[in-house]
Design a binder for this molecule. Structure first.
Ligand code: SF4
Length: 415
């Protein structure tokens, strides 16, 4: 029998209990009745789109958001029944759901397991309750501990924890404390990103682009005008809270290096700029994304990359819900076919984020071009500056290269 081509699925659930103060993801605190309407539309989209992918084997499914764990468990159960009915899901597929402490019950966890979900991605961000409050998270560290223990009891043996550094007022001591508390729990995977101040968020109003606190009374980022209601009334982020300054760039860098060393000592290998795992527990879904595996995004605003074409679904919730997806099955717009140059650039940008780097052999097999000749000038320059190391057939960023990765990666733009 012919091997089916690989496909990854991303399912977007754009609902949260309320917006965190730094978040610019496509998510809303909306009325609960919208969950049912949204799921109906998503299911229509899955039926429609799956017809085009009957020759594919789904090797990973990632349900992200938003806060997918805010959905009632029966909706998640229904979602997975439809996914398994419509697609050929490989027996060893990695199936992840993102969950927020404060929204996870034992009942939900049991339904996840019965639905075939085998990986849980828990958004903690910090083990310090004051930092969590500043971020506008809905949970405390203790809530997280309870969720984590429940997940282990429910049988999850592959748990990832999301952390965030460079938080307002954070210093090495508090960050190390977060790492210490989290590694004591021995999760299989840790993602550690630096806070980025995104435009349009309450944090942007406070810190602007400079990172300095600025005065404002405005509270923003709760919705986009669609009917909304926080499901946790009275538990909203306090826009008048005194916010400490952000750590400076040097502290941010120090935190980054300390994280790598601390986690390495605890048995976590950094396999991508911001991701760490116990051996064999790397996130297959993300590796697929960084290595150019086709992925299909389903749901509001979800992005896809199929056969060299990139497209993104409708981002307006009201419009998405009014689409008729039974016939065409496609909620996509902005379809963009990448040129060969763009595909090669992207392969370098994404591949070099991984510690193993990019292989010249794979480049040749994929594009029929010699990577060493094509990027000869960039490789020479970056090698002289100590920013990349060549270990043929591999090329990868050095530790110094990672510190200035944006600058290094820009060298791989083709004219
Ligand atoms: S939980 Fe917070 S950070 Fe995550 S998507 Fe919702 S609002 Fe954004």
């Amino acid at each position: 029998m012919m091997n089916k081509r690989e496909l990854e699925l991303y399912i977007h659930i754009p609902f949260c209990a309320r917006k965190c103060a730094y978040c610019d993801f496509l998510s809303f605190a909306v009325l609960e009745h919208t969950y049912r309407d949204y799921m109906d539309k998503l299911i229509e989209e899955i039926y429609g789109q799956s017809l085009f992918f009957q020759d594919r084997s789904v090797t990973s499914i990632f349900v992200g958001g938003g806060t997918p764990s805010i959905l009632p468990p029966e909706l998640v159960e229904e979602l997975f029944a439809v996914l398994h009915g419509c697609f050929t899901v490989a027996g060893d597929a990695e199936i992840t759901i993102e969950a927020n402490p404060g929204t996870l019950t034992m009942e939900k966890l049991e339904v996840y397991r019965e639905s075939g979900i085998n990986r849980l991605s828990l958004g903690l961000q910090s083990a310090d309750d004051q930092e969590l409050k500043i971020l506008g998270r809905i949970h405390t560290f203790d809530d997280f501990l309870k969720s984590y223990q429940r997940a282990r009891q429910a049988g999850f043996n592959n748990i990832s924890i999301d952390l965030m550094s460079a938080l307002p007022g954070q210093d090495m001591h508090s960050w190390k404390n977060t790492l210490r508390k989290v590694t004591m729990l021995k999760p299989e995977h840790i993602s550690a990103y630096s806070l980025i101040i995104e435009e349009g968020t309450p944090f942007y109003e406070r810190y602007g682009k400079t990172g300095e606190a600025i005065e404002t009374d405005r509270v923003s980022g709760t919705n986009d005008g669609f009917p909304v209601k926080s499901v946790l009334p009275g538990n909203s982020w306090d826009s008048r809270m005194e916010l400490p300054s952000l750590p400076d760039e040097d502290t941010d860098r120090e935190i980054y290096h300390m994280t790598k060393n601390f986690l390495a000592a605890q048995g976590y290998e950094r396999y991508e700029i911001s991701n760490y795992a116990r051996p064999g527990c790397e996130c297959r879904h993300n590796i697929g994304y960084w290595t150019g595996v086709d992925y299909l995004g389903l749901g509001l605003g979800a992005s896809s990359y199929i056969g060299g074409c990139r497209f993104r679904n409708e981002t307006d919730l009201r419009r998405y819900l009014s689409l008729d997806l039974r016939q065409a099955g496609i909620a996509a717009r902005d379809i963009q076919e990448l040129t060969l140059e763009e595909k090669m650039e992207e392969f370098m940008f994404l591949g070099l984020r991984m510690m193993r780097g990019v292989s010249g052999n794979e480049f040749l097999g994929r594009f029929g071009r010699n990577m060493w000749k094509l990027y000869d000038t960039a490789f020479q320059k970056l090698q002289e500056q100590g920013l990349i190391e060549v270990d043929k057939p591999w090329v990868r960023l050095t530790s110094r290269g990672i510190d200035v990765s944006n600058r290094v990666l820009s060298e791989f733009l083709l004219d």
